[in-house]
Structures are given as structure tokens and as C-alpha cells.
Design a protein around this ligand. Structure first.
Ligand code: SF4
Ligand code: SF4
Length: 392
């Protein structure tokens, strides 16, 4: 799927300019900045039938390794924190466990994610152990949301073993709400989740570059009508303005764009520093999309950014059927987020040699977004041979 065209982007965003963003239903209430002399508020929205009230800005903790940034976010009034079993080999969950140990359990909500290996004969025991390990690391009896992680194919959400285990986790009180996260086939995944009926939250990649925005927004609306809540990730489309990864994107404009959709309850940008947190907070205090925001984002719609649309078209085009969308994500983590360790961890799941394209005299992949796929693969896959000792 191609990036959205400038024209389509402008027509979708025009409503936003008319001030239709933060509707009374969407911004039911707001949260104040703790300890601030100036009264600053962040609007709060309801996460579907979970009933959870969450500020529109949450923290994607994925890449953060400094508990002081988590503390600053918490003190600024953020209440929702998103991690995953696999982030930083479990250290991310451990950091949150230490930080929240003596905090009032009603003052925050935690979401974690676990990847289900439905191909394994021991899926049930393995998935249970995965969740138990996450709870041990977090030092918590339960998580507020448990997402079955990175569901990119249809059929997994309705697999009877998946349904059985997620219901069991909830019945045992280890998870309060069932969710799934997805980067690919999003409208189809949402419809499947609606049909299954147990999924209360969807964590979805959502940003201004998506070529499928009209279909996706419709699918999200169907999900909301069925009681699902939606959380947005990858809102900053790779974090940079250019394919070489040199110029930071205006994250505040990206967030304001995502919030214009009142069906998105909250966004989980992965800020790792006080500066980036501050930038996100400034957006949350003034969340209405502005005309300059629209002009700025429209100007980026024709550029090659680092965000892969995950349309999957390249997989069929590639003679080796490489998992190109995942490799492109690893490329974005390294060149956009400047997180080589995360990039290597993403590639490690794919059993690559680091020399994947050497047998092809010409690349047969035609990416509609204009990604030079073979070049990017050659630039990122050698990282799998770099010792973790040298990676941050
Ligand atoms: S790299 Fe592949 S999945 Fe990503 S946008 Fe291009 S064709 Fe689609
Ligand atoms: S050059 Fe690489 S990406 Fe292109 S077809 Fe060959 S293996 Fe696939």
C-alpha cells in the first residue's frame, strides 16, 4: 500500500482544521499536572468497554531505560504505561516493576504484550509461563491490559487455543482486559476481533502516512461500535523526516493528527528523554490539530520516510519470500530511532544470515511506497553479527 497522497491527506484532515477534534464525548474529563503551579490539563478519553479513563497521552516504555523519565511522565499526570514481555529482554518490565512497587495500584494502568507461538505443541503451557514471567518481573498480581502481540495474519485471533488461554488468564484475574496488537492487515484483524467478541482493546499502528486511512478509520469505527477501545502506536511514522534518518519529525504535530480521531483513546509515543517527553506534553496540553500542522504533515506525504506500511506486497515479490516488513521495521529502529539493540533483537527472530540478497542479480521487489528494499536489507542485516556489547 502506497503512502497516502497529499490530496487524500488534506481532504481527511480538513475536518480537523474545522475544530472537530476533541469532541465533548471524547474529552470527557482531564487530568491535571501534579505539582504544577500553572494549571495544565491533558484530556482524558474512555477506552471502549473497559471503562478505563486514560489521558490521550500515554508512555510507550519500549525503548526507555531511565526510570527518571518514567517518574517524570507519571508526575506529569500520565497514567498509562505500555511495555511487552520481549522489550529489552525483560528489563523493561523489570524497570517498571521497581518503579511502581510502592505506588498506589489505582494511580496507573499497565499494559504488557506476549507473543503467542500457536505453532508450538506446548503453546498453552508456554503462553502461561510467559504471562507468569511478565507478572513476576512487574511485581504485580495482574496487568490491566494483556495484548496478544503483533498479530499480523488473520486466523490467530479466532484460534480456539488462543481464545481459551486469553479467557483463562482473565478468569484467573491475571489480566483485567484482553487486547491484541497489530501492524498489518489491520481492517481484517479488527473485523475478526469483533466477530470473536473477547477482545476489548486494539493497539494499532496509526499515523498520517497510512495509505489505507479511509478503510482503517471505518474499521476502527466498527470496532468502537462493538465496544472496543483503540490505542495508537507508531504515531510518529519512524520519528524522522527523511529516509536517511537525520532530521527529527515534529512529534507534536504527529500526535495532534492522531488525536483528531476521537476513536483513538490514547497514543503511546516511545519517548526516552525529558526533552521528548516535554514535546509530547506540550502537544497534549494543546491537542487540537492546527493549520500549520496540517500543512507540515501534508508536505511529508510525498517523501520517503522510514515507516513501512506493512502492506506485505513485497513478500510475494521477493524470490526468497523474506520477512521484509519486519526487516524494514528493524531498519527504522536503527536509522530512525537510533536503537541498534532493538533492531538486532527484531532481526534475531527471523533466522537471517546477514547476506540475504547476495544471490539476486536484480531485486524483483517493487515497493509502492518507494522503499529501496534490497539496499535497506543490505544496510541493516549485518547488524545481526555485531556483538550486543557494542550496541545500545
Ligand atoms: S516494504 Fe513491503 S510491506 Fe513495506 S510498504 Fe513496501 S511493499 Fe509494503
Ligand atoms: S534482492 Fe533481496 S529483497 Fe530483492 S528479491 Fe532478492 S532476496 Fe528478495
Amino acid at each position: 500500500m502506497k503512502n497516502i497522497s497529499r490530496r487524500k491527506f488534506l481532504s481527511i484532515s480538513a475536518l480537523a482544521g474545522a475544530g472537530a477534534i476533541i469532541t465533548p464525548q471524547a474529552a470527557l474529563t482531564s487530568t491535571s499536572v501534579k505539582g504544577s503551579r500553572e494549571e495544565k490539563t491533558i484530556p482524558v478519553r474512555i477506552l471502549g468497554k473497559t471503562g478505563l479513563e486514560i489521558p490521550i497521552l500515554s508512555m510507550g516504555v519500549m525503548r526507555a531505560d531511565n526510570p527518571a523519565v518514567v517518574r517524570a511522565a507519571y508526575n506529569a499526570g500520565l497514567t498509562h504505561f505500555d511495555t511487552a514481555h520481549g522489550y529489552q529482554n525483560g528489563k523493561n518490565e523489570e524497570m517498571l516493576g521497581v518503579f511502581f512497587k510502592n505506588k498506589d495500584r489505582n494511580s496507573f494502568t499497565i499494559a504488557t504484550k506476549g507473543k503467542a507461538n500457536l505453532k508450538s505443541e506446548n503453546f498453552e503451557a508456554e503462553y502461561e509461563e510467559l504471562l507468569n514471567t511478565s507478572l513476576r518481573r512487574l511485581q504485580m498480581d495482574y496487568v490491566d491490559i494483556f495484548y496478544t502481540h503483533a498479530i499480523d495474519d488473520t486466523g490467530s485471533l479466532s484460534d480456539p487455543r488462543m481464545i481459551k488461554m486469553l479467557k483463562k488468564f482473565k478468569e484467573e484475574g491475571k489480566i483485567k482486559h484482553i487486547g491484541f496488537s497489530t501492524h498489518a492487515n489491520k481492517p481484517a484483524q479488527i473485523d475478526e476481533a469483533i466477530q470473536v467478541g473477547i477482545y476489548e482493546v486494539c493497539l494499532i499502528s496509526y499515523n498520517f502516512t497510512l495509505g489505507i486511512l479511509p478503510e482503517l478509520n471505518e474499521a476502527i469505527r466498527r470496532g468502537v461500535d462493538a465496544g472496543m477501545g483503540f490505542v495508537a502506536m507508531k504515531t510518529m511514522a519512524g520519528g524522522v523526516e527523511d529516509a536517511s534518518g537525520n532530521k527529527k519529525i515534529d512529534g507534536a504535530a504527529c500526535l495532534r493528527w492522531a488525536w483528531q480521531n476521537k476513536n483513538i483513546t490514547t497514543a503511546i509515543p516511545g519517548f526516552t528523554s525529558f526533552d521528548l517527553l516535554d514535546n509530547c506534553l506540550q502537544a497534549a496540553y494543546s491537542p487540537e490539530l492546527t493549520e500549520p500542522d496540517i500543512r507540515y504533515l501534508a508536505g511529508l506525504t510525498n517523501q520517503e520516510l522510514l515507516y513501512c506500511q506493512n502492506c506485505g506486497k513485497c513478500v510475494g515479490d521477493c524470490t526468497k519470500h523474506l520477512a521484509i516488513p519486519s526487516i524494514m521495521r528493524a531498519y527504522m529502529y536503527n536509522y530512525g530511532y537510533k536503537q541498534p539493540a532493538l533492531s538486532k533483537a527484531t532481526l534475531s527472530e527471523l533466522s537471517l544470515s546477514g547476506n540475504e540478497c547476495s544471490g539476486c542479480s536484480a531485486c524483483t521487489v517493487k515497493c509502492p511506497s518507494g522503499f529501496k528494499v534490497a539496499e535497506k536489507i543490505a544496510a541493516i542485516t549485518p547488524i545481526i553479527h555485531v556483538s550486543p556489547y557494542f550496541l545500545t
